[in-house]
Design a protein around this ligand. Structure first.
Ligand SMILES: [Zn+2]
Length: 234
């Protein structure tokens, strides 16, 4: 498997339009990467892939290792081999911005794979629940999201920076999912502050995009704008 190539299944705007019935399965996704994030059929929780293990973090707070046959309507994964590893403290996305611009000065218009391991003084995460009916859009699913703030915990943030031009294909900016070391809590990261962290990065210049051939994808408009995406993806 090629390292540090992004494999993406479907696009963020398909989720925005509620296209989440069909997809690849977990075992197929793992052929393309061991690090990443996504969601499951009907947007049933948040997915995080850490060291090749796929976790489903559900709205009720429970976390399970995903079954290999589970359907994945959206995912971004890479075989992660960090090219830049450093240690320090970070508080939020602005600090991460500064960190990346210092350590990967030419990556603003690239994708960047990111992994942050360490101590979190606090971290705010959300988990979405399932669609209540087929095709329910992500903004409406997001209205039932559960937000939790965890304090003084250790864990891992996994995900990607996506460049501005890719808005709609993915979430432009940071998209990171968190999982505690004890695997008890996690979700889509909204804010964090931490110390004693190991920050691992790799710029991504090669991207493989696989699009769904489903009827749902065919009939979606896929035109969600930055405002809608910001509202639900923070
Ligand atoms: Zn997410």
């Amino acid at each position: 498997m090629e390292v540090n190539k992004l494999y993406q299944f479907s696009i963020l705007n398909a989720l925005m339009d509620g296209v989440a019935d069909e997809g690849i399965n977990v075992s197929t996704m793992l052929e393309s990467g061991d690090h990443g994030l996504g969601t499951f059929k009907h947007m049933d929780g948040e997915m995080v892939v850490i060291d090749g293990i796929v976790y489903q973090m559900k709205q009720d707070g429970s976390i399970v290792v995903a079954d290999p046959e589970m359907v994945v309507p959206f995912a971004m994964v890479t075989r992660f081999q960090p090219t830049q590893v450093s240690h320090g403290s970070l508080s939020g996305k602005d600090a991460l911005d500064l960190h990346i611009s210092e350590h990967l000065p030419n990556a603003r218009n690239l994708f960047v794979a990111i992994r942050i391991d360490g101590q979190f003084e606090h971290i705010t995460v959300r988990t979405v629940g399932k669609q209540e009916y087929p095709g329910e859009c992500l903004v409406d699913v997001g209205k039932r999201q559960v937000v939790r703030t965890l304090s003084n915990t250790t864990g891992t943030l996994v995900g990607f920076y996506s460049p501005g031009f890719s808005q709609g294909l993915s979430v432009a900016g940071y998209h990171l999912h968190f999982l505690e070391d004890n695997r008890r809590n996690g979700g889509h990261m909204l804010d964090f502050r931490g110390g004693n962290m190991q920050i691992s990065l790799s710029p991504i210049t090669r991207v493989e995009l696989e699009l769904p051939q489903s009827n749902g994808f065919n009939s979606a408009t896929l035109l969600a704008d930055a405002g809608n995406i910001q509202q639900v993806e923070g």
